[in-house]
Each structure stands twice: as structure tokens, then as C-alpha cells.
Design a binder for this molecule. Structure first.
Ligand SMILES: C[S@@+](CC[C@H](N)C(=O)[O-])C[C@H]1O[C@@H](n2cnc3c(N)ncnc32)[C@H](O)[C@@H]1O
Length: 251
């Protein structure tokens, strides 16, 4: 499969979903309630913001200004269309950009909000790089997938060794947060519904449509198999891993 065809098919599969990773509105609002002093002056950076569901939830519940960065043009366009539709585009905007090169002045933001995207740069590297982008006392809220048990089943461990070898448990993440110069304000697991309602449920439907659309195309069916195996893994082993929200304050 050429890289172009792979990319095109990947986005065919993942475009049109309510969100591009696990998450839910109640958890976004719970994490937001942990951040003190939010107001019209609050400057928010939303790296890997996707099509913007988390940004819209924040914007509808707090009078902040949000700049989101994503490297997929179609997501950026959808993000900005939805912000227009909600009449928040004057303070919520997505820009095409690379999370590896966030060229903002030091202290440009009071809050960095990153649901399901810190894996792109790596948990520790993200924490260290983004520290300088926050004003002193600024906050960082993020979600990441974490082990829920000390010895996950071998099949599950092997799957995550391929997908996200940097997966850790919550105590390990909490230590890293402290080592990177932040104070933990709060953390909590996302409910199972955060995987299914807006993500795996709609994605399961997309897989069925994608398979029919690419009937007889071996490479496309292999892509569908691989996405399906991630969902199957979750059905089988979701007690072993899950997403957690971490809210922290920089020193
Ligand atoms: C798992 S999705 C999460 C999206 C969104 N936060 C959500 O929860 O729905 C990861 C996002 O990171 C974006 N992304 C991947 N690599 C990137 C990079 N190098 N720079 C900027 N965005 C990137 C993807 O386009 C995608 O929107």
C-alpha cells in the first residue's frame, strides 16, 4: 500500500466521527471545574484538537479564548465551521500546525488542554516542552491511556506494545508530572462510555461501511481488520486499561 493511499483510507475511516479519540462531555466539564480563575482573560492552547468537540464544550461553558493546533486540514476546517455555527468563532479558532513545533512565545497561555493527543509528542516530552508555553501558575489538562492493573493479560500487553509502547500506569504518570515541574490538581478515570458513545460506537459503524465500500481490496480490508482489532481488544480487556484525566498546575 502506498503511503498516500494509506493516509487517504485512514482519514476516510476516521472522518465524520464526533471525536477522534475517547472522551466525554461530563469528563471535560469535571476537569474544567478543577481549574481555578477561568475567565475572559484565559488564553487556552488545544494541541491535537481534532474536529473540536472538547474545545466547543469548553467554549460553551467558559468565556475563554482557544487556539487549537492540528495537522490535518480537514479537521481544522471542520473545527472552524463548527465554531462559526456555535457563534464562538471570535474566540475559538483552529490553525493548521504541527504539535512538534509549537512556535509560541514563552508564557503565551494560561491553560493547555489536550484530550487524547499528547502521545503524538510523548507524555514526558509534551509536559517538558509545554511548561514554557504556560504562564507561571498556568494549568495543563490532558487525557492519556493508562494501565489499570499491575499485570495485564499477555495478549493485551502485546497489543499495546505495538500501539503505544509508552503506556504507563497512573502512579507512574503522577511521578512524571511532578518531575516535570507541575503540581497535580486532580486526576480521575474516564468512564467506559467515553470510549463507546462518541468514538468506538460510531467507528464500528464506519468499519462496516468502509468494508462494503472497499469490497475485494486486500489492503483496505487489512486496515479495517486492524481498526477492528483495537475495538475487539477493548471489549475483551477494557478492565485492564483506560483513559485518565490529569489536571496540573505549573510552578
Ligand atoms: C486521537 S486524536 C484526538 C483528537 C481530539 N482531541 C479528540 O479527542 O477528539 C489525535 C489528533 O492529533 C492530531 N495530530 C496527530 N499528529 C499531529 C501533529 N504532529 N501535529 C498536530 N496534530 C496532530 C490528529 O490529526 C488528531 O486530530
Amino acid at each position: 500500500m502506498t503511503e498516500d493511499r494509506m493516509t487517504t483510507m485512514f482519514f476516510e475511516m476516521f472522518t465524520g466521527l464526533p471525536r477522534q479519540g475517547p472522551g466525554d462531555t461530563a469528563s471535560t466539564l469535571r476537569a474544567l471545574s478543577l481549574v481555578p480563575g477561568i475567565g475572559p482573560h484565559t488564553r487556552v492552547l488545544n494541541p491535537g484538537g481534532g474536529t473540536g468537540l472538547e474545545a466547543r464544550v469548553i467554549a460553551q461553558n467558559a468565556p475563554v479564548r482557544i487556539v487549537a493546533i492540528d495537522n490535518h486540514q480537514q479537521y481544522v476546517e471542520e473545527f472552524n465551521r463548527e465554531a462559526e455555527a456555535l457563534a464562538v468563532a471570535h474566540r475559538v479558532e483552529a490553525q493548521l500546525g504541527d504539535m512538534h513545533r509549537l512556535d509560541f512565545e514563552p508564557g503565551s497561555f494560561d491553560l493547555i488542554w489536550c484530550e487524547g493527543s499528547i502521545y503524538v509528542v510523548g507524555f514526558e516530552k509534551g509536559l517538558r516542552d509545554w511548561h514554557r508555553l504556560l504562564a507561571p501558575g498556568g494549568h495543563l489538562a490532558l487525557t492519556d491511556v493508562c494501565w489499570r492493573m499491575p499485570n495485564p493479560p499477555a495478549e493485551c500487553r502485546e497489543f499495546w506494545a505495538q500501539e503505544y509502547p509508552a503506556i504507563r500506569d497512573v502512579p507512574s504518570r503522577l511521578r512524571t508530572i511532578t518531575e516535570c515541574g507541575y503540581e497535580v490538581i486532580g486526576h480521575f478515570p474516564l468512564p467506559a462510555a467515553a470510549w463507546w458513545d462518541d468514538y468506538y460506537g460510531p467507528l464500528q459503524q464506519k468499519i462496516t461501511e468502509f468494508r462494503a465500500h472497499h469490497d475485494g481490496e486486500t489492503d483496505a480490508q487489512q486496515l479495517a481488520d486492524s481498526v477492528q482489532s483495537e475495538i475487539d481488544m477493548w471489549h475483551k480487556y477494557s478492565h485492564s486499561y483506560g483513559y485518565d484525566f490529569f489536571v496540573m498546575r505549573r510552578d
